[in-house]
Write a protein that binds this ligand. Structure first.
Ligand SMILES: [Zn+2]
Length: 81
């Protein structure tokens, strides 16, 4: 799990250096200038569109941040297979 997270962070750093960043929610790469910022789990997150922003807002409103992160980690480990 830790390695996958590290890979993800490395990808984010590379994209950042190229003037691009990844959507916090769906993982699409996008220009930093087009990112939508949304407050989620105590931090400002960058997402690609208002659709993704509204998903995060809904999760936040429902207090399901923990479940969200757990699902994200699970999806990442499934991608590896
Ligand atoms: Zn997105």
């Amino acid at each position: 799990m830790g390695e996958i997270f590290q890979l993800w962070i490395d990808t984010l750093r590379k994209n950042w250096a190229a003037g691009k960043t990844q959507c916090f929610h769906c993982g699409d790469s996008m220009r930093q200038s087009r990112a939508v910022e949304v407050e989620f789990a105590g931090e400002r997150r960058k997402v690609c569109c208002h659709g993704c922003a509204s998903v995060l807002k809904t999760v936040e409103q429902m207090g399901m941040q923990k479940q969200y992160f757990a699902q994200k980690a699970q999806a990442a480990s499934q991608d590896e297979k």
